[in-house]
Design a protein around this ligand. Structure first.
Ligand code: NAP
Length: 246
């Protein structure tokens, strides 16, 4: 049987990199998407190939339609028909109140987290419907239901939209044999917190998490890998919260 071919956007670092590694161990060939850190993408690719999987890295800004089309074309040319997509690329902008946020930051967060997920999902829907099966996992956030006041309500709003997209697209694509699910992580120890201006955030919030710690990227990758796998064959439209109880 042929191996699944799965695209992971934002596969160079953090949750995406852990997901690439985990999917390779589970028997997927993997496309590692990245937007700027080519060295990190190559490190992930080396790990993926070390697990015996085929792997290509592709530079893609998921908010750019041409980039997204090139991502899927390259994946199909190099690895064959794309059977899986993990919509993981995401940004928060700086931490703070909405009143203090710049229009440019708001626009960027909406374009990457929502438009990017829509563009990738649309192309996956077109390709997978022709193929007759497929699996999509969207990386949402516990912020979608917490709202994240004082931190990033705009980011939370985009992730709530991703949850709505998951619900609707699962219903739309179910008859085509395509499953669509989401994972909603809590606070996970990655570089995203430094990028938003608060590198100590995972340690700081640990006491407010029922399990009393931040999560690790591998713990999110495990949930994503399960949703991608045949073991989740009757699961679609689900938003799986992996947040230590938060
Ligand atoms: P991260 O460590 O900051 O990594 C972000 C990844 O996204 C990198 O691979 C980056 O590529 C890529 N990326 C950023 N902008 C992009 C764009 N416009 N187009 C394509 N790729 C882009 O983040 P993370 O913590 O792993 O987060 C991954 C996902 O989990 C995001 O959707 C985030 O919202 C979600 N999440 C994270 C947490 C958390 O606490 N960490 C909690 C809930 C949800 P480069 O390496 O090239 O920069």
């Amino acid at each position: 049987m042929s191996r699944p071919v799965t695209i992971v956007t934002g596969g160079s670092r953090g949750i995406g990199a852990a997901t690439c590694t985990r999917l390779a161990a589970d028997g997927h060939d993997v496309v590692v998407g990245y937007v700027s850190d080519s060295a990190a993408a190559e490190r992930t690719a080396t790990t993926v190939r070390g697990a015996g999987a085929r792997c290509v890295t592709v530079r893609v800004d998921t908010s750019d339609e041409d980039d997204v089309e090139r991502l899927f074309d390259t994946a199909a040319d190099r690895l064959g028909s794309v059977t899986g997509l993990v919509n993981n690329a995401g940004v928060t902008g700086p931490l703070g109140r909405l009143a203090d946020a710049s229009t440019a930051d708001l626009r960027r967060v909406v374009e990457v987290n929502l438009l990017g997920t829509l563009l990738c999902s649309r192309r996956a829907a077109r390709s997978m419907a022709a193929w007759g099966s497929g699996a999509i996992v969207n990386v949402s956030s516990a912020a979608a239901t917490l709202g994240s006041p004082g931190e990033y309500v705009h980011y939370a709003a985009t992730k709530a939209a991703v949850d709505a997209l998951t619900t609707g697209l699962a219903k739309e694509l179910g008859p085509d044999g395509i499953r669509v699910n989401a994972v909603a992580p809590g606070v996970i120890d990655t570089e995203i917190h430094a990028a938003m201006g608060d590198p100590g955030r995972p340690e700081r919030v640990a006491s407010s998490v029922p399990l009393r710690r931040a999560g690790q990227a591998g713990e999110i990758a495990a949930a994503i890998a399960w949703l991608m796998s045949p073991e989740a064959s009757y699961t679609t439209g689900a938003v799986l919260r992996v947040s230590g109880g938060r």
